[in-house]
Design a protein around this ligand. Structure first.
Ligand code: DXP
Ligand SMILES: NCC(=O)COP(=O)(O)O
Length: 246
C-alpha cells in the first residue's frame, strides 16, 4: 500500500497576535504566509475569531488574492462568519466552536448537538463552492454526524493529546488513530491539528489515514529562536520522518 502524503497547513494566527500586542503593523501575517509558502507550506490556515483577537478582516481580504497554495479559513458557525466566508471564498472553511472567554479552542465542534445549524452552514458554504471541514473531537459518533451533514472533511482536535503525557497520551493517540481510520472508512478526508509541536508531531504524522496537519502556535514560538522558514522546514522534516513509521 502506498502511503499518502501528509500536508502541512501553517496557521498564521499568532503572528497576528504578536502584531496586535503592540498595535504595530509588524510582524505582518501576510508576509508570514508568503514566506511559509516559499518554505514548503501546503496551505495557509487562519482563524477569524468573532472578537478579532488575532486575524482581522483586512488580513483575510489582503491574503485571499495573494495565496498560491490553499486558504483554510477557520470560523464559528454564525451568520456573520458564514457571510464573510461566502464573500471571500477560501478554498476550505473549517467550522470550529468558539467561546469568547477561552484562551484557545478548547474542544471540538459538537456536531450532534448542533446538527441542523452545522448542516445548513455546510450547505451554504458548499453552494458557494467552498470545501467544508468540521473541527471535531476524535469520537466515532461525531465523525458519523459530520459525514451526515454533507461535509467531506474533518479536522481532529489534537489539543488533549498535546496536553497529556505518558500512558494517558498514548491512549489519546490511539483514540485519534481509531478516529482517523473510522473517518477514512466512511469516505471522509481526515486532518488533524491543535497544540502540535516538534516534540509531539511524529506519532501523529505516523497515522497513515491523516491527510493534513495544521500547526501554528508552536511554529511561531520556534521562529523566535531559529527563524520562521527554518521552523517550517524543520516541522515538515519531522512530519516526513514520522510518516515513514506509518
Ligand atoms: C481552531 C484552532 O485550533 C486554531 O484556530 C488555533 O487554535 C489557533 O487559534 P486560537 O489560539 O485562537 O484558538
Ligand atoms: N486547527 C489547528 C490549527 O490551525 C493550529 O493550532 P495551533 O498549532 O496554533 O495550536
Amino acid at each position: 500500500m502506498t502511503t499518502q502524503a501528509l500536508e502541512l497547513g501553517i496557521n498564521i494566527d499568532h503572528v497576528a497576535t504578536l502584531r496586535n500586542a503592540r498595535g504595530t503593523v509588524y510582524p505582518d501575517p501576510i508576509k508570514a504566509a508568503m514566506l511559509a509558502e516559499d518554505a514548503g507550506a501546503d496551505l495557509i490556515t487562519l482563524h477569524l475569531r468573532e472578537d478579532r483577537r488575532h486575524i482581522k478582516d483586512a488580513d483575510l481580504l489582503a491574503l485571499r488574492p495573494l495565496i498560491k497554495t490553499r486558504m483554510n479559513l477557520e470560523c464559528a458557525v454564525t451568520p456573520e462568519m458564514l457571510n464573510i466566508a461566502c464573500q471571500v471564498k477560501p478554498h476550505d472553511v473549517c467550522l470550529v466552536p468558539e467561546k469568547r472567554e477561552e484562551v484557545t479552542t478548547e474542544g471540538g465542534l459538537d456536531v450532534i448537538g448542533h446538527f441542523s445549524s452545522v448542516k445548513a452552514a455546510t450547505k451554504q458554504l458548499q453552494d458557494a463552492g467552498i470545501r467544508v471541514s468540521l473541527f471535531i473531537d476524535p469520537e466515532e459518533k461525531q465523525l458519523q454526524a459530520a459525514k451526515d451533514t454533507g461535509a467531506t472533511v474533518v479536522e481532529l482536535h489534537t489539543g488533549r493529546y498535546a496536553d497529556l503525557s505518558g500512558s494517558d497520551q498514548a491512549k489519546e493517540l490511539e483514540r485519534i488513530r481509531k478516529a482517523a481510520q473510522f473517518g477514512k472508512s466512511i469516505g471522509l478526508r481526515v486532518n488533524a491539528g491543535h497544540g502540535l509541536h516538534e516534540g509531539n508531531v511524529m506519532p501523529i504524522a505516523a497515522i497513515a489515514e491523516l491527510s493534513e496537519l495544521n500547526i501554528g502556535h508552536a511554529i511561531v514560538a520556534e521562529a523566535v529562536f531559529k527563524g520562521w522558514q527554518k521552523a517550517i522546514i524543520d516541522m515538515k522534516t519531522l512530519m516526513t520522518q514520522g510518516r515513514k513509521n506509518a
